[in-house]
Design a protein around this ligand. Structure first.
Ligand code: DHB
Ligand code: MG
Length: 239
């Protein structure tokens, strides 16, 4: 069969049930490319056993992307907003150097306790500093001598992303990379009929990014996969 024919078959499958098709494809990528990892698997298993859904944390191939960005940029100090179960935290911790450090902030007590259990079990050498509280409070309470962060992963309440961008810029250095999860939301971000607070917040975030004086480069990529149609924004702070 020609490549065109294969693509036609694939899109016919996608027309029937795109979500099943995307999930199958993520399963394939994971099987082919993502190494088995007992720490990460135990984290997922415990999170499921505690009754949490599996769509709130990053997918395995997205976790690997975070790890790659950390390795490519030579990052040592990581800030994460929105810990949830700590799965993304452990992906990053797994690939940071042993003297690496992650400050991860969670606003909800049950998620904080869940993450704490997952971190305690993991026993990775990297220092994971889990804090319970509002992002703005934890960040403003950091001592003035706190060194800037090299990589920042933002995965907390989406309506606040414009505000988080400014808070994170206060803790960034020239060249810091930031990745904001869930900025596409099945394309609803660009649907003017959708006036939900989350979408309004994401639109403010995109507007703030546009020609921001402290940002050298920024983009956003749409993704499809086991987590549906969503995507992330990536930016580099100016030198
Ligand atoms: C959802 C997905 C996320 O990655 C997240 O951070 C929050 C919510 C969701 O699918 O609802
Ligand atoms: Mg997310």
């Amino acid at each position: 069969m020609s490549a065109d024919g294969e693509l036609a078959v694939a899109s016919a499958v996608a027309d029937i049930d795109p979500q099943a098709h995307w999930t199958r494809m993520d399963d394939y990528i994971e099987e082919q490319l993502i190494p088995a990892d007992a720490v990460l698997q135990a984290t997922l298993d415990y999170t499921t056993a505690q009754g949490y859904p599996d769509h709130l944390h990053v997918a395995a191939n997205q976790g690997m992307l975070l790890a790659m960005l950390i390795r490519i940029s030579g990052s040592k100090r990581v800030l994460e907003l929105g810990t949830f179960a700590g799965y993304s935290t452990l992906w990053m911790a797994r690939y940071l150097p042993e003297d690496g450090y992650i400050l991860t902030i969670e606003g909800r007590e049950p998620h904080f306790a869940l993450a704490q259990a997952n971190f305690t079990r993991s026993q990775l050498p990297v220092s994971i500093d889990l804090r319970l509280g509002k992002v703005a409070d934890v960040i403003s309470d950091l001592p003035p001598e706190t060194a800037p962060f090299d990589f920042i992963f933002i995965d907390a309440d989406k309506q606040q992303y414009a505000h988080y961008l400014e808070l994170c810029l206060q803790r960034a250095r020239p060249g810091t990379l930031m990745l904001f999860d869930n900025v596409i939301r099945a394309g609803e971000v660009a649907n003017p009929d959708n006036q939900r607070i989350m979408m309004q917040g994401l639109r403010q975030f995109f507007e703030r990014l546009h020609q921001h004086p402290r940002i050298e480069l920024s983009t956003a990529l749409q993704t499809v996969g086991c987590k549906g149609h969503d995507g992330f924004a990536l930016l580099r702070v100016k030198d």
